[in-house]
Ligand binder design. Structure first.
Ligand code: AFD
Ligand code: MN
Ligand code: MN
Length: 426
């Protein structure tokens, strides 16, 4: 299944006039559209290899058909997304779910779709078949040194796979923690984890970065050994300049002020990247922007304020890593991902519209009403035509989901891969 240039043109052509009308109206209302458009065209967000199948919950899984059965097919799926929106030009692999057999061939396949490899992700939250020791009571924190050793070696292995693909970062998410008070000595768990991370850090190539993802709860329900941004920051500060904190939007306790966390991590030079998703209750992994789009805008407002995304373009080596980390239970995963990327671009475009000079003046004058007016003026601007224009100039579709349905991509994928395949992942 491929989206061709002809598909894109046949889709865009009848929509162009209406699109131009919308764009003209919008550009008559705002300033700086040229710079904003350029920034939107440069913007890319990575797709994780585990989000391409219909994920389930611990109660069940209801596959939607045509799921990718191999790493090659996952790359093909991300290629489809990128052809439609021109903003999904990277894929993030999870080891051992996606072990590449031939790194060079996989790299070539990805390049043929215009894709790069984002961070590689290790997995010590599950036991794999033929694994000698169990992670039931943790991995890098484990009281048994042999278990820690096994988990360290796995991470070093993941780095090697990443090197073969041209990745330049490792994301470590640990499910380590405890379910009951007294089960764990907190300080010992922290120290064990730190020492284990130090060994993994030592195996990083010099141009690589390590991202330490935190999560407040689940699967451990009493304590998590990397439970919040403070703990993650502690690890990353102790590890050194190649270690950073990674913010997954769904990994906070309810009502946490994520934008403030982002601002401070940025200030400390320790914001490594994001896993975007949305949630109402916890780690719900819902479509980005589907529940709290204003929060997403406020996060992008901090990123723009701190110059985080602009410097990414100048210096990709130290760019903040942007990825979607969602799970799709009831929607077509590819449509869901298209919605997520769109929501992210809208939030970014709106954040670029904030009158920063006026906001600064209003803040210094303690004019709270004006501060809110300025933020919400940007947030309430319908920037969809600008995002669509960026896509159009990049060679993408004016309405990616519209084209996905017109061509009936899912039916094509089911034809090729069958109704019952299940992608690897959770
Ligand atoms: C988890 C974490 C982490 C991990 C992923 C695995 O967010 O990013 O790699 O899910 O599916 O919830
Ligand atoms: Mn995540
Ligand atoms: Mn998560």
């Amino acid at each position: 299944m491929k989206i061709t240039q002809q598909h894109i043109e046949a889709h865009n052509q009848p929509r162009i006039a209406q699109h131009k009308k919308r764009l003209d109206f919008l550009t008559s209302e705002i300033t700086g559209e040229r710079e904003i458009l350029q920034k939107l065209m440069d913007f890319q967000v990575a797709i994780p290899s585990w989000a391409l199948g219909t994920g389930g919950t611990r109660f069940g899984r209801f596959p939607g058909g045509g799921e990718p059965r191999s790493l090659e097919e996952k790359i093909e799926d991300v290629g489809l997304l990128h052809a439609l929106n021109r903003a999904s030009g990277a894929i993030s692999l999870h080891i051992p779910w996606d072990i590449p057999k031939d790194g060079k061939a996989i790299q070539e396949l990805a390049a043929s779709h215009g894709l790069k490899f984002d961070a590689v992700n290790s997995n010590t939250f599950q036991d794999q078949q033929n694994q000698a020791l169990s992670y039931k009571f943790g991995s890098l924190q484990h009281v048994d040194k042999a278990v820690r050793r096994q988990a360290i070696e796995h991470n070093v292995e993941v780095i090697k796979h990443g090197v073969a693909l041209g990745s330049e970062s490792l994301t470590v998410w640990l499910s380590d923690g405890s379910c009951f008070p007294g089960q764990l000595n907190f300080r010992r768990a922290f120290q064990n984890t730190l020492e284990s991370l130090q060994e993994i850090y030592a195996a990083l190539p010099s141009h690589w970065r390590m991202f330490i993802e935190y999560k407040a709860f689940e699967p451990n329900f009493y304590s998590m050994t990397v439970g919040d941004w403070g703990q993650s920051l502690l690890y990353s500060q102790k590890l050194g300049p190649q270690a950073y904190t990674l913010v997954d939007l769904g990994h906070h306790l309810p009502n946490a002020n994520i934008e403030q966390i982002v601002a401070l991590l940025l200030m400390e030079g320790k914001l490594g990247g994001f896993h975007f998703n949305d949630s109402k209750y916890g780690d719900d992994d819902l479509t980005v922007g589907s529940i709290r789009p204003y929060q997403l805008f406020l996060i992008f407002n901090e990123l723009v304020e701190g110059g985080a995304l602009e410097s990414a373009i100048r210096n990709p080596q130290s760019a903040i890593a942007l990825m979607i980390d969602a799970s799709h239970n009831v929607k077509d995963p590819l449509e869901d991902l298209l919605q997520s990327v769109e929501a992210i671009m809208i939030a970014y475009a709106q954040a670029l519209l904030v009158d920063r000079i006026a906001l600064n003046v209003a803040q210094l004058e303690n004019d709270t009403v004006r501060c809110q007016e300025l933020l919400q003026a940007a947030y309430r601007t319908d920037v969809r035509a600008l995002v669509a224009e960026a896509r159009l100039r990049g060679g993408g579709a004016l309405e990616p989901i519209g084209l996905f349905r017109e061509v009936n991509v899912r039916r094509g994928l089911i034809g090729e891969r069958g109704e019952r395949g299940m992608a690897t992942g959770l």
